[in-house]
Each structure stands twice: as structure tokens, then as C-alpha cells.
Design a protein around this ligand. Sequence first.
Ligand SMILES: [Zn+2]
Length: 273
Amino acid sequence: MPELPEVETVRRALEIGLDGLSVAGVDGHPVMMRRPLDVGLIASRIDGRRFTAARRRGKYLLVDFDGAGTLMIHLGMSGRLMLCETTEPILHHTHLTLSLSDGRELRFVDPRRFGFAHWLEPGEEDLDPSLAGLGVEPLDPDMEVLLPPLLHARRSPVKSLILDQHLIAGVGNIYAAEALWRAGIRPTRPGCRTSLTRLRRLAVTTREVIEEAVAQGGTTIRDYATPAGDFGYFAVRLQVYGKEGQPCPRCGRVLKDTRIAGRITVWCPHCQR
Ligand SMILES: [Zn+2]
């Protein structure tokens, strides 16, 4: 499943790849995805329109069209966007194809259909059920100020709080475990019993981990714009995730795994308190 850094990499690929282009045609068929795909509606709104921005909220991509509205795309478990020549073979499960003014195509492929492409009229973005409740963005420069008081006001384990989309958008299990290890905070520690200084440290390490992953993705950005592209976790140097039973890279003692709110968390009982 694409995590936030992968989605951010796709956003950057779209921002560069679609710059200055407009839509010269829309093709697809109605299909049941996580939200039903309404090709007719999308076509009626974007045909002939120019791309103006590619944004992201959490793991949702938001592609803006010159005053008409926004195409909201979620990649789900297996979704991919391909920016390619028309001669590229069309893959199975290509649900939506936008013909572009430079002769190429933007294709949305999703074999498992847990993703979706949904049209938002101007003003609908703030009301959308998936977007309305999203918390702060981990790449937002203000995150270090905004997040600590939110975590400090809650009793749940810090690990669960970092995964709570209403508090902070799009941080997955892998990045949460790494950020907690870097910050030296025990995953089970209640938010309200963690000092604001330590929570600020956690906000910093969370952003660092995500930024490093995006930077790694930047080097493979080309892959996301071609059919050869495939998702996989970026080669971030994971220190603890998936390494239970192995020595902690910092102190050498054995890393433990604990289940918190149904998710396995790997941590060091010596370094994380
Ligand atoms: Zn340790």
C-alpha cells in the first residue's frame, strides 16, 4: 500500500509532468471502486480544462483544473497513476484515461479497486468526509508547533495518537515506529504523560523520517511517471521496523515487539522511555 512519501512523490511527478497541459479527452467506464467512478461527470467537468495544481492532503491527491474543481484521487492498496505515451500497452484495470494536450495520457490503474477518483466541485473539498477531519500535515513547517499540544491533551498511547488521522494525516505504522525510536519515546506512553518538549522532539523526528523517505523517492520519480513504475517502500534506513529480536542500533539491546491498538510496534525498552 502506498504510504505518504510515495503519494508525495506521485504528487511531485504530476506537478512536473502536467505543468502547462490541458485535457484533450476523457475515457473510461463506470466501475465500483471505493467510491463509484463517474466517468461521465469527470469528463463533463475537465474536458478542455487546464491543470493548475497538484496538491496532497494526507494520502489523497488533489488535482486542480482551472476554476472547474478538483479531481481527488486515492491510490488505495494497488492504485497507480501512469503518465505515458499513447503507444504504451494499456494495462488491465485501467479505469480512467485522460488524453493530454501534448499527446500523452494520464492513466489511473487499480487492480484491487480500493482506490478511487472522485470529482469535487469548487467548495466541496472542505465538506468531503475523507478530507474534512484530517489532522495536521507532517510536512507542514508549523507541525512542530501544532502537534505537541494535541498529543499532550490525550490519554491514549503516543503510538496510537501518531497513527490517528484526525491528529496527524497520513503517518503509517512503519514511520510511526521509526519516529518514536528516534525520539526515544516508549510507544505505550500516554500522550498526557509525555512532556511537551519530548512531544516536540517526536514531531521533529516524524517529519524527518517522512522527509527522508520523500527524498529517497525523489531519485526514483521517473519510475512513477512511466509504466515501469511500481510501488514499494522507499529504501529509508529502517532502524527498528521489522527488526524485533535484533539488537537496537543505538544501545545493542534486544528490540521488543508489542501490539498496540491491533498494530505491531517494534521498540527498544532501554532507549525508549
Ligand atoms: Zn536501544
